[in-house]
Design a protein around this ligand. Structure first.
Ligand code: SF4
Length: 519
């Protein structure tokens, strides 16, 4: 909070870098980062480069000398936002001592790990070919790499703010590149299904207040989203569920008995890779289609009577919710499975109110979907090479573009493809010049031509993230980082790329927006 106020006093820059924002906090953020972005690049490079090197050490030992007995100022940040998972809990009270978070009240075990293990790393803000450089030099080199590429790729974006995502898509647009997010390796199939079928949905607040039948399919929130049950879906007493858990029926459908299955009233263990068949069995029952019991059991591994019992409960529910995870989207059938979930939900609304929601993993992967869709019309895997967006997962998704050896440069934002892409994709990424922005050293930053160390969103950087139910949530950072935010770096790169492209095309610089064809 203190940081936000202090930053808000900075002069407002008349720069086209920032988007309009929906919240006061976000607006304050825009003013802040714009003013920082508007500094002369030489000054900025010096400040950030030197600051990172110097403050990195200070963070370890010196800090502000007031307040607590050990010489550090003690402050409490109320209602901070945890960005570790898609629940994006915004009720965490952080106790901050200098540059360390010493308490994260109400955070789950994963959230505590996220906050309490946060450290300011003692490394340069920028490395070019492994050698320390100023941020300004890094921005210049990054812009040259991207502007001169024939088929550049922008990838990642799920662990940063919506404001940064917006600028990154702008860069992809200016360089006529490919833009893809980590959605393509988790809920990409759902992104395709939404476009084909549509989504009957609601906010997590409605689930909390109304959901009396909660189904988790191919999803294990007890381990991946530890506060999902207690904050939204199972335990809370809601407006129409005064007895909380007692008023809800929980069902888990999965291929193995997970920790979530142990917390459910009903566990249905389906055959591996039979999600499509299970979902279509329910669709048939919802539409009173007669089924052969032997065939259903052979296809799904579950007796027809069990499916019928579930369907009866679904029809009786006042407000049914189906949460689905990567057990649905990343198994055989992929987008056909997601389409089946969406179509089943639509079918159920002939009987009662029923909604579905993907359980999203990364803190702002939902924001990435929203921002990329807002800017291009498509959620991920978008090619802007012809001056207009083209969407084709499999062709324009990052892992495929790299594995086929097509991209000749890349910018990776807040993601680590070197740790999880296929061998051919990783090998190709190693061969091409690329830029990486990340708060930590990772296999991806290690091999990058230009690697920026950036401040951590939510802990050091304000902005906006989208909860898994598409609700935008403001971030309330705990303390400032000596490193620049990725937003600042991206703004700098975007400005230089625009200038380079304008010079190459003999055009005046314009505001960043989707380019007209041929520009
Ligand atoms: S459930 Fe997720 S967002 Fe909430 S505190 Fe735990 S890790 Fe953070």
């Amino acid at each position: 909070m203190e940081g936000l106020n202090r930053k808000a006093n900075l002069p407002v820059a008349a720069d086209g870098c920032a988007s309009s924002a929906g919240s006061a906090a976000a607006a304050s953020y825009h003013r802040t980062v714009d003013s920082r972005c508007s500094m002369a690049r030489g000054d900025y490079g010096q400040t950030a480069g030197n600051g990172a090197a110097g403050n990195g050490k200070a963070a370890g030992g010196n800090g502000a000398a007031s307040g607590s007995g050990n010489g550090h100022e003690l402050k409490v940040i109320k209602d901070a936002t945890c960005t570790f998972c898609g629940c994006v809990c915004d009720d965490i009270d952080l106790t901050v001592e200098g540059h360390r978070i010493v308490e994260a009240e109400r955070a789950c075990v994963l959230g505590k790990g996220w906050f309490l293990n946060h450290d300011i790393e003692d490394r340069p803000a920028c490395l070019i070919a492994g050698q320390p450089a100023s941020v300004a030099e890094g921005i210049e080199r990054a812009a040259q790499i991207l502007a001169n590429a024939k088929y550049p790729l922008v990838y990642g974006l799920s662990d940063t703010t919506a404001e940064s995502q917006r600028v990154a898509v702008g860069i992809a647009d200016w360089i006529g590149g490919n833009v893809d997010t980590t959605t393509s390796v988790c809920h990409g199939p759902s992104g395709m299904a939404f476009q084909g079928v549509g989504e009957v949905t609601c906010s997590l607040g409605e689930v909390r207040n109304r959901g009396d039948l909660i189904i988790f399919w191919g999803s294990n929130p007890a381990e991946s989203h530890p506060r999902h049950f207690t904050k939204y879906s199972l335990m809370p007493k809601g407006q129409f569920l005064p007895n909380g858990r007692k008023d809800r029926t929980a069902v888990v459908v999965d291929v193995r008995k997970t920790k979530s299955a142990k917390a459910a009233d009903i566990f249905i263990q389906i055959k591996p890779r039979a999600d499509f068949e299970g979902l279509w069995t329910l669709r048939a029952l919802a539409n009173d289609v007669e089924l052969d019991p032997a065939q259903v059991e052979a296809d799904t591994g579950v007796p027809l009577a069990t499916w019928q019992d579930l369907m009866d409960r679904m029809k009786r529910a006042k407000f049914g919710v189906l949460f689905f995870g990567m057990g649905v989207t990343m198994t055989r059938g992929k987008h056909a499975n997601s389409e089946a979930v969406l179509a089943l939900t639509r079918d159920m609304n002939r009987h009662t109110r029923f909604v579905c929601k993907p359980n999203r993993g990364h803190g702002n992967v939902t924001g990435a979907d929203n921002v990329v869709t807002w800017r291009t019309g498509y959620p991920f895997g978008v090619n802007l090479g012809r001056g207009y967006p083209r969407f084709n997962p499999g062709e324009y998704t990052a892992s495929d573009v790299l594995a086929r050896g097509e991209a000749d440069a890349a910018m990776i934002v807040a993601s680590d493809p070197m740790a999880n892409f296929s061998q051919p994709a990783r090998e190709h990424l190693k061969r091409i010049p690329y830029v990486a922005l990340d708060p930590k050293e990772t296999p991806t930053t290690r091999h990058a031509t230009v690697a920026f160390t950036v401040a951590t969103y939510g802990i050091n950087v304000p902005g906006t993230v989208y909860r898994m139910d598409d609700v935008p949530i403001p971030l309330r950072p705990a303390f400032e980082s000596p490193f620049p935010s990725d937003y600042e770096i991206l703004c700098g790169i975007e400005r230089r790329v625009k200038a380079l492209k304008a010079a190459a095309n003999g055009l005046p610089q314009r505001r960043a927006s989707l380019r007209p064809a041929g520009a």
